[in-house]
Ligand binder design. Structure first.
Ligand code: AKB
Length: 323
């Protein structure tokens, strides 16, 4: 039976990955690490939780030993837009924290470490359409540099130190449980809050910004499938492209409008996030993930929009603190 530590458990992905892992491996075997006050109530109530600053190596060792951890899903990360504004914090969490996790994994003989990468690991010189798994990676953001660092370090720990590190390059993630606010692709979540609450949204990216996106259940599926894949079939390790759907803000607005006819979108461009988005690809070639561990997303844009509107409408109608 695995004993799993999830860092960044209060974040957009962590808050949904922890319940899914607990369902598969048992509540007591999945330890959620995050600031206690920010962990969702369902996570705090259902199983073990701990506070953990990943930039302090001794804290990681303490948690691994205290809970008998053998697998880490390392999700702590400062997202792209915030990383440009808070470089020191981004360095501490995304680079120092990741290094600490890998070193702790080797020294404590862990079985496996899962580290998500991102489309942020690509840059303006990367081919933008069906970006190959192996390609030019010269990101011009601190977030992107930290993601390339994570991929290269992950592969280095696999090949030089025999540590089983795996990861997928996630597109923008759309979800209704925990709202992300520090990234570049977050408009594709915020638009649903605007549509349900005010039937209006002001988008900070230009209408022709075409980006790869994925619905949360597929992101959770990708992380768990890559973690559970047969190691003998893997030629890649910490750097699998995964693709699901791509769209522009008007594409998404039209899909929402066909369900909520009064919905309107307008635009006020944020130069910081626009520049980041312009450096990212349109879509990814994920044939390596498909052939090495059977990756296949379940949600297209229409299925995602239906599910988002249904779940977010229910969440926003519920009394404060009930979910
Ligand atoms: C961000 O926008 O920073 C993230 C990502 C694509 O990695 N959602």
């Amino acid at each position: 039976m695995q004993r799993i530590l999830v860092t960044g458990a209060a974040g957009q992905i962590g808050s949904e990955l922890v319940p899914e892992l607990r369902q598969r491996y048992g509540n007591a075997n999945v330890i959620a690490a995050g600031h206690h006050t920010s962990l969702p109530a369902d996570i705090r109530q259902a199983g073990p939780c701990t506070t953990l600053d990943v930039s302090v190596r001794a804290q990681i060792d303490r948690v691994i030993k205290a809970y008998g951890i053998d697998t880490i899903y390392h999700l702590s990360s400062i997202l792209s837009a915030l990383a440009e504004q808070r470089r020191q914090v981004a360095y501490r969490v995304n680079i120092q924290g990741l290094y600490n996790i890998l070193e702790a994994a080797v020294d404590n003989g862990l079985e496996r470490v899962i580290i998500p990468s991102s489309i942020g690991a690509f840059g303006p010189d990367t081919p933008g359409d069906r970006t190959p798994n192996e390609t030019i990676q010269k990101p011009n953001t601190l977030y992107g540099i930290s993601k390339v660092f994570g991929e290269l370090m992950g592969n280095y720990y696999v090949h030089q130190l025999g540590c089983d590190v795996r990861g997928v390059r996630l597109p923008g993630i759309i979800s209704w449980k925990t709202e992300p606010t520090a990234g570049t692709t977050d408009y594709a979540v915020a638009i649903f809050y605007g549509a349900i609450r005010q039937r209006h949204y002001t988008c900070y990216l230009k209408p022709d910004t075409f980006l790869p996106m994925m619905y949360m259940p597929d992101a959770i599926l990708a992380l768990i499938q890559v973690a559970e894949a047969d190691g003998k079939r893997l030629h890649h390790h910490a750097d699998f492209n995964v693709n699901a759907m791509s769209f522009t803000p008007p594409d998404l607005a039209n899909a929402i409008q066909s369900r909520l006819p009064e919905f309107r979108i307008d635009y006020r461009i944020d130069p910081l996030r626009q520049a980041i988005a312009d450096s990212w690809p349109n879509s990814l070639d994920d044939s390596a993930a498909r052939s090495e561990w059977g990756w296949q997303p379940e949600f297209d844009m229409d299925a995602m929009v239906d599910d988002m509107l249904e779940n977010l409408t229910r969440k926003l109608a519920a009394p404060e603190g009930s979910g």
